[in-house]
Every structure is written in C-alpha cells, then in structure tokens.
Design a protein around this ligand. Sequence first.
Ligand code: HEC
Length: 469
Amino acid sequence: MLLLPYFPKTDLPVLLLFIGRFHPLILHFPIVIIFLTLALEFLYKTNLLQRNERTIALMLGLASLSVFFVVLAGYFLFASGEYTGELIMSHFKAGIFAGSGILITTVLYLIGQYSNRKILNFYFTSLILTNAIVGYASHLGGTITHGKDYLTEYLPEIFNKRNTATKPKEEMLVYEDLIVPFLTTKCISCHNEHKTKGDYLMTSYATLVKGGKSGNSGLVKHYPEQSELYKRITLPVDHDDHMPPEGKKPLSLHEIEIMEYWINAGASTKQLLIDIPQDSAITQTIESYLPESRRLNGKILKQKAEKERLLTELTELAKKLNVSVQEDQTSEENFFTLSMQFPPANFTGEQLKELQAYFLLFTKVSLVASDIKDDDLFLIGQMTNLRELYLQKTAINGSGLVYLKDLQYLERLNLSFTQTNDATVLEVLQFPSLKQVYLFGSQVSPQVLQALRANQLSREFLLEEGPYN
Ligand code: HEC
C-alpha cells in the first residue's frame, strides 16, 4: 500500500474505473469504525462500559477489511487521471498512511491479545495516532470535494455579529442595511469614483444627497417627488431617463417602496428598522424584503472577499514576473488589468502563460515594448473578456492578429510602432466590437489606411501613438 503513490498512472480497464468511483462512498465505513473503536476503548478504560474483546476484534477486522477496499478504490480513482494536483497527492499519501495505520493497529491488537500483552500499550497509542491521521486524510479529501475554506466559511460570521448579512433585526438600519445594498448592486457600477455617470456619485450619503449634472438634489428629505434619485427610479422603464438604464436590472417594487418610505420619513442614516411603527404600511414590505436584503449583503461581502483573494494571488504572481496587475476600477465585477513595468522586464509568451489561470479576469492588457511575438497572440485570444490591448513597440508583424478575432469585447487595439503591414492589418476587419486601432509608425501604407477609413465607418483607424494603458 505504501508503494502505491510510486506506481505510474496507466490506462485502467473500465471495471476498475467503475470501482474507483465508489471511493467517496465507502470511505465512510473505516472512518466511522476506527473512531468508534477509540470511543469504545475510552468507555472501557473509564469503566463506563463492560470490556468486551470480541467487539474490539470485530471492529478492527471490519475497519481493516473496509479500508483495504477504500484505498484500492482510491488508487483506481487516482490512476484514472480524473484528479490531479498537489492536494490530490497529499490526500492520496495521507490516505495510505491512514490505511496502513488501521492495519498496523489491528495487527498490534492481535499480537497483544493473543501472545504478548505488553504490546497492548503500543496498540492503544497506535489507535490514537491512526485516528488523528484518518482525520487529517479525511479533511484533505473533504477539501478536494468542497474546496478550501469550506469548513471555516461561516466562522467570520459567527464571530463578527455586526456583519450586515447576519445582523440581528434589532440592530438593522434602514439606510445601511436595506437601501445601501440594493444601490450597491444596482447603481454603483455607473456612479462611483472611477465612472461617474451624470456626475452623480452614489458612494456616500453626502454625495447621494448632493445630486449630479442636473443640479437637482439627489435626495430631498420628506419629498420623494422632488428627489432626483426617486424621480429617476419611478419613471416608466422605457423612459430615456429611467434609472438604471435599459438593459440593467431595475429596482424591485419593494425596493422602490422602501426608498419612498425612507425619504418621506426624513432620509435619516440613523433610523432603525425597529423604529418604524408596527402598524405602518411599510412594515409588511420590509418584512418580506428582509431575506433579499440579507442575500444581497452576503453577495456583496462574498464578492469583496473573492476580489481580495484574487488580488493577493495576482499581486504575488505579478511581483514574480515583474509586471503590474491592478483592479479594473471601471468594472463592477472582479476584473483586472495587466501592464508592464518600467524599465520593461523580460516578458515573453512563457511569462504570459504563467498567468493563464487568470486569463478570463483581464479586461485590459498592456504589453508595450515586451518580447511578445505573433504566436503568443494565441494566448491573448483566450482572454475572452478583454476590452483593450496595447501592443505598441513589440516585434509583431500582425500575422498573429487572426487569433484575436473571437474576442467579443475587444474595442481598442494599439499597434503603433509594430511591423503590422497592409496584408496583416486587414485581419482586424473580422473583430466584432473593435472601435479604435492605432497604427502610428507601423508598416501600413497611406493608401490602405485611406481605404480602411473610407470603408469601415464604425471603426477609427488612427495615425497616433495612442495611449499606453
Ligand atoms: C449602466 C450605467 C448606469 C447604472 C447602472 C445606473 N445609472 Fe444612473 N445614470 C447613468 C447615466 C449615463 C446618467 C446620465 C444620463 C442621464 O442623466 O440620464 C445617469 C444619471 C443618473 C441620475 C441623474 C443625476 C443628475 O443629477 O443629473 C440619477 C439620480 C441616477 N442616475 C440614479 C441612478 C440610480 C438610483 C441607479 C440604480 C438604481 C442608477 N442611476 C444606475 C448610468 C447609470
């Protein structure tokens, strides 16, 4: 058994693959039995239960028999190649130690029982150790199935009672716990510091009141009809000024009602839910809206945590590769931008490949003056959320542009100071969303440029150096 990890993975007969799938089911048997054995031993030792050697012998026998099949099935599952990675290897090894532990414990017990009673002390130590290893191996196995942090996911919420998602109702504030969550999920993406549509910043109470371009106050205490925010959310959905704009998820009727009530009541940030008179018409609405507000709060927190995790991982990797990774501030989702540092490091397709696990998270990539080649654009073609790509001062001649033609969101492409020529530049005509192409200092001739400009009115072909990131 101990040698199993050193067996190479081979093609297994289907029957063995079938047996392998039983591993997650049958593994529970030896775990429970070996734990019960330990529990029994404690009960015997403390005289809470009458000692019965046959029970122990039976339990150990069953544990040994079942663990043998569990390890075998586990090996088949492993050898099928369905699972790979370090975690799998650790679980595999821990599982084998656990299995060996059970067998050794059984043997020690039998020797102790039937020939040399001194060995029984070793048996007991071995039983405790084995239980610990089984626990560890099971934990690793659970991590494979449920993911890291599964066990501890709710811990912060247990300790952090003030977490809005789980805050008791008596402490909930109308503004902070009911209103902010839906404004955050439905409005902030266009009304934040980086992207302030209509000059209306919705990230704090003060700016929410202040209003935007129209000059009207966003919130007028006690007068919803005079509040620009309320006016916008209650316009007919197909009205040009309705908020959020067409295509974005509108506020629900409950959310609009709560907003109206809150402004009428004075739009205070301090009003508690329990301050609302029980008999008022809004209590019913709020009651049925509570689960939704908790869900939104949970979602916001989770997304924040996820972003932090990704940012930490990416920052570490970026440091290693000598490049710079930043949050994409213009996006409401967890997106990032990649750019070169100055002076530029050695950055080729090899280095780019190291970021492959995160390709879908990049919206903006600037590889100015890097060592990226045409062939490497194949990798960039996998960044399906890419909106802007800066390739100026690289050695490409445009022959790899064909790899980018399926990028649905690519709007801006900078090819200044590259060897892109009359033939290769035509590839960009296939790009579905492209709006701007920079071609200053490239090999594209004035005639082709003119023809492109005349025929491709939806795109701009610019003879400018263009932005760098
Ligand atoms: C997809 C982007 C987008 C989203 C999401 C969005 N808005 Fe807007 N908002 C705009 C744009 C663009 C304008 C400016 C054009 C206009 O005034 O209609 C604007 C303007 C406004 C204004 C007018 C500010 C002023 O004083 O001129 C208000 C109020 C407003 N939005 C409220 C909201 C609210 C409330 C939500 C969420 C329910 C929201 N917006 C979601 C894009 C957005």
